[in-house]
Write a protein that binds this ligand. Structure first.
Ligand code: ADP
Ligand code: MG
Length: 322
């Protein structure tokens, strides 16, 4: 693909780092893992019309393609360092590449992350980003150590991104006074914030951690499976934004919060004796955190409604949302 496009990407994402011995321009990058650190690696692909709505702004696609990967590093408690970018484009559209690289760079540079290489090919629009970060030996957060009695917590608010997608799919009256709330939800879909500072603060504190990409029940279910435990959450405790609560009725807001994907908040478990420390650590770094339930014996995720009835009783499933 055109050398000029790669050159634009290189210029727009420039981020000097001592541990990058050789970045974009040779056959491969040469990188120095800091002595005494473990390397944490992840990759995610975004396909046009599948992982972002067709017609999403180039800068938002650039941001999101990196954000979803940084969210995986956050969930491991890793500090980001490097990325590789495989870009498949329908044509050599310089405006698209400029917008994409600007959005990617805005998030990358705020975390001092260096784009050190990649590949550019022609085909249906699709983006793969691989990220690399560091964690002190043995300190990475995993999914498999939740213990019966642990508290279950989440960062931020849930359901905004799914509501944003829903809002995007319906037309807006021109003078809609609620346009700003709608914009907030769409921004939560297109420009998710990876919770890197929270993930780093949870090292040595959380017993298990995952980022919420597929929805709370699904992702908390992964912690349950990996740890061999069950989870009970209280619907009334789920943190929901005022935008979500203003634009949607309670039942829809609850459905988005439980089953909607793309929020990229962290869901994690903490032993009772560390709970107050964790809550104050996250508050100190300005990250909202809410206790939503607890780990129990058994398997699967159960959600208790306001009247004490079970709304979701996994693995039986989702009858109440059918
Ligand atoms: P090669 O044939 O050796 O793979 P390429 O033309 O694919 O060479 O890439 C040339 C250089 O540009 C390499 O250093 C590669 O890592 C980098 N590069 C190519 N595409 C991208 C991209 N989309 N983002 C970042 N770096 C890229
Ligand atoms: Mg190549």
């Amino acid at each position: 693909m055109e050398f000029r496009l790669i050159e634009r990407i290189r210029e727009l994402t420039a981020q000097p780092r001592d541990d990058v011995r050789l970045g974009i321009g040779d056959d491969a990058a040469i990188l120095a893992v800091p002595v005494g650190q473990e390397l944490v690696a992840a990759i995610d692909t975004l396909v046009d019309g599948v992982h972002f709505p067709h017609g999403t702004a180039a800068a938002d696609i650039g941001w999101k393609s990196l954000a979803v990967n940084l969210s995986d590093l956050a969930a491991m408690g890793a500090s980001p360092a490097w990325a590789l970018l495989a870009l498949t484009l329908p044509d050599a559209d310089a405006d698209f590449v400029d917008g994409f690289a600007a959005g990617f760079a805005r998030l990358a540079q705020s975390h001092r992350l260096a784009l050190v290489g990649g590949d550019t090919t022609r085909g249906p629009l699709s983006i793969s980003v691989a990220v690399h970060g560091f964690v002190p030996p043995g300190k990475a957060l995993t999914r498999d150590r939740a213990q019966v009695g642990d508290a279950i917590l989440v960062t931020g608010t849930l359901g905004d991104a799914a509501a944003g997608l829903h809002a995007l799919q319906r037309p807006l009256a021109v003078d809609d006074s609620r346009a700003a709330l709608r914009e907030f939800l769409i921004e939560r879909l297109n420009l998710p914030t990876p919770r890197l500072a929270a993930g780093a603060a949870l090292r040595g504190q959380a017993s298990a951690c995952i980022d919420i990409s597929d929805g709370l029940v699904a992702d908390l279910g992964h912690i349950c499976n990996a740890s061999g435990v069950g989870a009970e959450i209280d619907a009334a405790l789920l943190p929901r934004s005022s935008a979500l609560m203003s634009l949607y009725d309670d039942a829809s807001a609850l459905r988005f919060a439980l089953a909607g994907g793309d929020d990229y908040e962290l869901c994690f478990t903490v032993p009772g004796k560390k709970l107050s420390d964790v809550q104050s650590d996250l508050s100190r770094i300005g990250c909202g955190v809410t206790r939503i339930g607890r780990i129990v014996e058994g398997s699967g995720v159960r959600v208790r409604g306001a009247d004490g009835e079970w709304l979701v009783d996994e693995p039986q499933g989702w009858e109440h949302f059918a």
